[in-house]
Design a protein around this ligand. Sequence first.
Ligand SMILES: [Zn+2]
Ligand SMILES: [Zn+2]
Length: 729
Amino acid sequence: MTRFIVIGVGIPRCRKSTFSILVSSHFERMTIANTTMNKKKPLLISRRSLLQKGLAGTVALTFLPLDGITKSFAQETAKPVLSGAPTSLPFLKNGVPQFQLKVLSDKAPLHFAAQQISQIMPELTGKTATSPTSAWTLKIDIANDVLNRQKITHESLGNDGYLIVKDGDGLLITGFTGRAVLYGIFALLESATGFAWVRPLIGSVPLEPIQDATLKLPFPLTSKPAFVERGLSLSEMQWKTDSDQMLNWLERNGLNMNALHTWSFEPAWNSTSTNAPDFKEAAAAREKRGLPLEIHGHSFGFLVPPGEFGKTHPEYFSLIDGKRKVSARSSQLCLSNPAVLDLITQRFEKMLDAQPDLQTLGLGPNDGAGGWCQCEFCNAMDSPGDMHQPFTHGERSYTTRYIKFANQVAQRLHTKYPNARIHVYAYTNYIAPPDCEVDPALEVEFCAMYRCTVHALNDPNCPKNAAFNRFLQGWLAKTKNIYIRDYFIMMGDGAARSMPTSLYTLEKDIRYYQSQQLLGMVPEMIPDGPNGANVASGELYATWLQPPSRYTDVWDTGWLVYYGMARLLWNPAQKAEDIIAQACDSYYGAASEQMSQYHQILQENWYQSGHPGVAPPANQITTFSENVQSGPYCLGWGYAPRITWQANHLFDVQPDGKTTKAELTKLAQLLLDAREIARKKMLPVLRDRIEADVQNFQEWALSQGYEIDFRFGQTKVKFMSTARETTAQ
Ligand SMILES: [Zn+2]
Ligand SMILES: [Zn+2]
């Protein structure tokens, strides 16, 4: 056994747990003995200064073996596959770009890339009318010959991976698709300037202009994402109201998916029109970026609208207690009726006729869990195994009949469109795996709603997630075409300021999904912006946020985790603490050191909080679904109204359940120090960002019974009242 003394430099917070995580990342097996922490005076060196010293990572660890030989190295962020000697190219000098862009082939995404560069460079430098000095040329192309020469196949690089090679005096970025080239460009810009687009609306421009930058990378360089499907389910963003900011943010962060929802098209199938809905606008917004066009969502009511068929063909709808129930919300379709199969197949064909590049068609039951048909023919489609699969909604499963129906649609559709893929949900009372084959053309979106957001999905010690994981494994035995929909934001009252799952949990989840070879992850989210202002129509959506003005609050609280998710989906080997430091550099600029520590503490506390309560005695759980949906231990989607439950897990909570004043003081002081930096530097944008964090913190602290004085001018933590010094109910 080798024994080391380990000294950390630049660790966001000198705390045993952080330190252990960092140290253990270097060793598979490790025992920490006699850890001595210098708590009084942690040595803090900013990531910025480490970078200036040429250390690529965020944290330097020095390992001093006890035999006296000194070994020191920097813990580096996970990197793409690199080869060749590092090349250094001037990128910016006094705010002037030092390269000239050259588009080599006439493809829409490459022209969009050029337009993006001409938009981004002035945003980064704060200089609008500067013509670049052409010290070197940055060429972009979809260049199969170059890739062939490098012996890179489409299969190995995928649709999203890129290659950057030296080309004459400059560089060439290429890939097998337009969006791959865009991903390469954004990675290059970030690598040169250190600026990342961490948030869609307000984080898209640096706080202070970047004047000088040098690109230092070894070439050739290839990078490809670990997952095929990466994105957000912006369920409230409609096709008519795609926002440039949201689509830009997705693409600049290596994401490729923002599926459209059938709800957007509902009116198109009404009785007055049998034309396929018009996808042109949505298709164009994606085509220019090289992003795929996909339709998902709860679509039974869209494909067989009650308004069109309710009166003439009530037999298309569910038979419930002896009567046909015609509804697009609270009931489903009679899936055993051959006319329903005909109709849905025809409608999908019409959609594909109108838009042949449509990659996925949504075949989702109406939202919720109710109203499955009780007719004898539908019942005959079930498997005996479905009768006892209790889960989040109800005590039986309907997956087998649903998937049997979806298989039939896929097989029918394939006679005309052999490559068509169909999106299906695994959700509520159809989340248990089916007792039938799953057609390879089906893409399963596994919706772990009500999962515990503290523990990883495969954590065997979490009773909630163990149940979800069992179902996921059941699906995996049938198909590999699965991706995860998650629910980081907790909806309902108080949801806007609910912390999403911790990045440390997400890190574990995403590595687990990678090990299971899932397609990827597309969690639910809403667009960024006040009052839905980021939605072009200005209409209010997400009414469950109550009031809808809380669009901004959701991103104020969640930006770090959504950004982190994007990073991890590209490269699951990246570490949460590196992502936090890097994101805070871009988002908080001069105050990044304080804010990085602040977020590091919250993320870590949240992750390490464990179960917030004890499991109820078995005799108090009347049904399994009741347990999963509302069990008092483990946090999940259903806990939004109980923000206090969550808040006490953001802080250091003692065995008696009380939040410590010391922990609150430390966090509040970091916020006050950061705010002071913004004031001294006269950066109102930075002040606003910190103010949003202050507001979140105030609300969480209040829920713990502590009111802290954050009035303007305060620089030292002062408690105003501790009237309710009790823990959450
Ligand atoms: Zn039926
Ligand atoms: Zn749990």
